[in-house]
Design a protein around this ligand. Structure first.
Ligand code: 5GP
Length: 343
């Protein structure tokens, strides 16, 4: 056993120091990024915010609302026909990911949809991206479809980021073990890595190889999304912050015929396992939980809070483009990141 004594940081452990700046107003901050991906060689441009592939959030309606500028990882429970219809639209295939896990029938579904529609972005999602099987699976999908842009994860350390780019031939590696709002991995297993440090360390490893990273999990406020980008994330994926909107699917609580709350649950929660896996297997524990999220109206409102927060942060540190945020950022360690008098 070893103890790593270097301090590791989470979003709440830091703030971004404001700086004197001659940057023009926040309105003119450019949030668009353009990336050329390492293995697919495809070029993508847009605002690099991604809706998570959780079944309540990664919906067709979410993709419609966020696209074409922002991205959505569609959840993997849509039928082949639904996905074929969706991906036949030119605009959608550059802003929506087809998601699959480790199962053969999911790979078969990708083949079938790809044969009839234009899938360009794929998210290969596993709770634990550290297994040899996972890396081989990513490599197999790369071998079958060399032109696909592949996002794969999750991991939280540079060794595995490099492994996924080099052996797995991924284009984007998804970062986050245990930070999610409805994730209980840290409580159940004791395993995890503070998310801000994970992003800093993994982005560094990825950028050294010309790869990209997507920070996944733990953003509760627009300021956390800013911190994730400032730490070096090329993309930021959101679950809980996008839950509770008109575009979400799932069980709504209604009062007098009006939506008041959505049941939002982790994809490894008992609720999800009952729904999709015929219950919890006798060898495993749940690593997610269910919560009730208040109804929040159209997702556009929340997106504006997030993009407004990023613009304002860029103005505070003198970055005229989101691209410059990392190099304009000095994080300061703090004990009290938010006022809490009325919380
Ligand atoms: P959030 O933005 O809500 O903080 O985090 C969203 C992320 O949490 C998802 O994109 C996914 O990576 C992760 N996640 C979703 N469901 C579960 C779960 O049941 N268990 C764990 N460990 N992680 C989950």
């Amino acid at each position: 056993m070893r103890i790593d004594n270097d301090p590791k940081l989470d979003f709440d452990d830091v703030l971004i120091r404001p700086k004197r700046s001659e940057a023009p107003s926040r309105a003119s901050v450019d949030l668009k990024r353009q990336y050329r991906f390492l293995n697919s060689d495809a070029v993508w441009s847009g605002v690099p915010i991604v809706a998570s592939n959780m079944d309540t959030v990664g919906t067709l309606a979410m993709a419609e609302a966020l696209g074409p500028e922002m991205l959505t990882c569609l959840h993997k429970y849509y039928s082949e026909d639904q996905l074929i219809r969706f991906f036949r639209d030119e605009a959608r295939c550059s802003s929506a990911f087809f998601t699959l896990g480790l199962k053969d029938d999911e790979f078969d579904k990708l083949r079938a949809v790809k044969a009839k529609a234009d899938v360009r972005l794929v998210c290969i999602d596993a709770a634990n991206g550290y297994t040899k099987y996972f890396v081989e699976h990513v490599k197999r999908i790369r071998g079958a479809f060399p032109e696909l842009t592949i996002m794969a994860g999750n991991v939280a350390t540079p060794d595995m980021v490099q492994e996924l780019f080099i052996s797995g031939a991924a284009d984007i590696v998804k970062i986050g073990i245990g930070p999610g709002s409805v994730c209980t991995t840290r409580r159940t297993t004791g395993v995890g890595y503070p998310q801000l440090s994970a992003i800093i360390e993994c982005a560094d490893a990825a950028h050294g190889l010309r790869g990209h990273v997507c920070a996944d999990g733990g953003c509760r406020f627009p300021g956390d999304v800013v911190k994730a980008f400032a730490a070096g994330a090329d993309f930021v994926m959101l679950g809980g912050m996008l839950a509770g909107h008109d575009e979400c699917e799932g069980e709504w609580v209604e009062e007098d015929g009006r939506r008041v709350a959505l049941t939002f649950y982790g994809m490894s929660s008992r609720e999800a396992l009952d729904k999709y896996a015929g219950g919890r297997k006798d060898y495993r524990a749940c690593e997610g939980r269910a919560v009730s999220v208040p109804y929040k109206g159209p997702v556009k409102e929340t997106i504006q809070e997030i993009t407004g927060g990023i613009r304002s942060a860029c103005a505070y540190v003198g970055a005229t483009r989101l691209k410059d945020l990392t190099k304009c950022t000095t994080f300061v360690i703090c004990q009290r990141p938010h006022g809490s008098m009325f919380a």
